[in-house]
Ligand binder design. Structure first.
Ligand SMILES: N[C@@H](CCC(=O)N[C@@H](CS)C(=O)NCC(=O)O)C(=O)O
Length: 204
């Protein structure tokens, strides 16, 4: 199995999940700047030309963060990343779906407004994205309350996408609330993540 990633991009949550799951396989870190994700070999594996992508031993490729996290969690049930059943499972899926909704409407316009409109509109597009980033963080803070983890009593895939959103917020200059910084520290302190976080360039 191969997980295609690129450091400090939206492949972070899948990379963290892969490390927590302890699955056998390779994590291949591609340079987007150098176009390593769009070589003929990579496009043959993943015609979307994006990371993250999970190449299964069967040769099939799974893309899209929620689907990859589901696959990783189900391949490593003991990790608890995707709860086996019931409300906890549905709640984690709710968070993953919500992330997939917020990424293009809040974070992408804040990062790369030029994708969404011509130069005169860029500032307005960025501002709109930043506002929605702030709103998303506020909602997470409310839902987290004073609990350590978003669903149940241990880390799940929901915490990984949220820690990634907190990280992205910092990248675009939005200061996350203290509770979310503490939540991210809790995720990043998980011993199984030390090597991955170093590879991603996050200080220990
Ligand atoms: N919907 C995808 C989005 C993936 C995505 O936007 N990946 C970006 C990295 S942040 C990428 O690979 N960009 C390179 C490109 O599109 O050329 C997911 O949630 O996994």
């Amino acid at each position: 199995m191969i997980l295609l990633v690129s450091a400090r991009t939206s492949s972070l949550a899948c990379r963290l999940a892969f490390a927590l799951a302890g699955l056998p396989g390779e994590v291949r870190d591609l340079s987007l700047r150098q176009g390593e994700h769009r070589t003929p070999e990579m496009l043959a594996l993943n015609p979307k030309g994006q990371v993250p992508a999970l190449i299964l031993d069967s040769g099939e490729t799974i893309t899209e963060t929620p689907a990859i996290l589901l696959a990783i969690g189900e391949m490593a049930p003991a990790s608890g990343l995707i709860p086996a059943e019931g409300v906890a499972r549905w709640r984690v899926m709710e968070w993953l779906s919500w992330y997939a909704y917020q990424f293009p409407r809040a974070f992408q316009p804040a990062f790369r407004p030029a994708i969404f409109g011509p130069p005169p509109a860029e500032n307005q597009i960025r501002e709109g994205g930043l506002t929605r980033v702030g709103e998303a963080l506020a909602l997470i803070e409310t839902r987290l309350g004073n609990r350590d983890w978003l669903v149940g009593n241990a880390v799940t895939a929901a915490d990984l996408v949220v820690a990634m959103m907190t990280t992205f917020a910092g990248f675009v200059g939005v200061v996350p609330p203290d509770a979310l910084m503490a939540h991210r520290r809790r995720v990043f302190a998980l011993p199984a993540l030390a090597e991955t976080l170093q590879a991603e360039g996050f200080a220990a």
